[in-house]
Ligand binder design. Sequence first.
Ligand code: FES
Length: 520
Amino acid sequence: MEDHNSGGRCAHCNCGKAEKKTAKDESVWIDTASLPEFPPLKGDQTFDVVVIGGGITGLTAALELVTAGKKVAVIEASKVGQGVTGYTTAHITSIIDTRFQDLLKRWGKTKAQLVATSSGAAVEKISQNVTTHAIACDFAHVPGYLYSERQEDRSLLEQEAVAAQQLGLAASFTEDVPLPFKTFGGVKFENQAQFHPLQYLHGLVAAITQAGGLIFEMTRVTDVQDGEPCIITTEHGKLQAAAVIMATHTPITKMLGMQSKVAAYHSYVVAVRPAPSEGVPGLFWDTDQPYHYWRTYTTSAGPLVIVGGEDHKTGKKSADPKECYERIKQYTCKRLAGQPMYQWSAQVFEPVDGLPYIGLAPRFEHVYLATGYAGNGITFGTVAGMMLPALILHGEHAWQALYKPTRISFSWGALKRQIEQAFDIMKNLLFERFRRAAKGDAVDVVPGEGKILSMDGAKIAIYKDAHGNVTKLSPICPHAGCIVQWNNAEKTWDCPCHGSRFTAEGAVINGPAIKALEVK
Ligand code: FES
């Protein structure tokens, strides 16, 4: 599984060490877990609740609902865990991307406290699920550290420790950050955790099915109608349900108001086999923008240090995904002696005001959504998995006002981000869509690459595989009409507007789009 060819000298940071050439293009979680398979939906059926999406949000919610006696179906477009959860780095943390100092300034002490309470409750919920359902997923409590490699960040870190303490977290400034390279102190947070995310999902799946819940894989939802009952149309039949949870990372179908309050970002990960002295005992995040994040995981072949960063907006024209992989490897290579064994990327949705949106979907009465987790997918996926069942079962939850999808933030930072997001979308729709592409044909595309070219006056997204087979597609995203961009590392077409992603042949990988790129 981890057999990589030996190569020449290190190409990442000129450190002079011998390099094993190829990191496996796969998430370590997907490579080291095997989940049970479930059949696609067959025909029409009726449930109390239909959960769309078999990741951490959907499965956590489904388990809560079946435990409460509800008849539940989980509908997954591909395989359980393989949408987004299988590509996280699975930091289980009550320390969210927004600094506690900023949370206090932006939201005030009561709301900031509620954020800390809810994210801490998510860590506790995962721990409880692991114990209650005897889930073997290498769950372990570890400390977390926010650290810096710059001396001038010391006062920021000291202030962050004070802000965290004000919110009741077990946090303290420390000079002693246990990383195998020089740092200038950090904030140590107790009681964080880590696990193997797909082994955890395996345990949730077992608990859901034992309690009578049904899971359907390879079943894409194509429409959701609110009502009594709600009607959920899929490729393989229609479902009726009293309530629907869209646990799809960002809501599928057109919810443009909601979808413009989050921006899709790509983040890059490399897993390195460290030298014996290179311990990384915990979760680590630095103060860079975008920040780097670290943790370890031990496979049957030995320990891995998993490092992520180099985030950029999905589909950004100036970003080169291959270079992003190279930069995260360079960054890691300068700090660890080990060899890259795996590399993968993930997509996150950044909310404009720093908090996720979890609750009833705008203008719907029985359809719930959860999105905008930023880099805290495991934490907020679990928060949503706790909150949404409570809203369905009891009509209320203590955190519902905080995470309400219809909230409007009047802070300057949130307004600025929302304007930037709207500007990027309009620029694509009005300029990119009608900008002329270079004239050309399939002969102008290198095997294994994709390119948007102008043919007979129309823009065509052309992909040529390694054997010379050509696929010609419309580059117009079926979600809302933006022009997709070629991702040269993942071999995908990515939409810069709301984060839809498509295979080189045009099939949907991630929504909000529910239809494939049109074949030309
Ligand atoms: Fe909205 Fe492409 S994802 S237009």
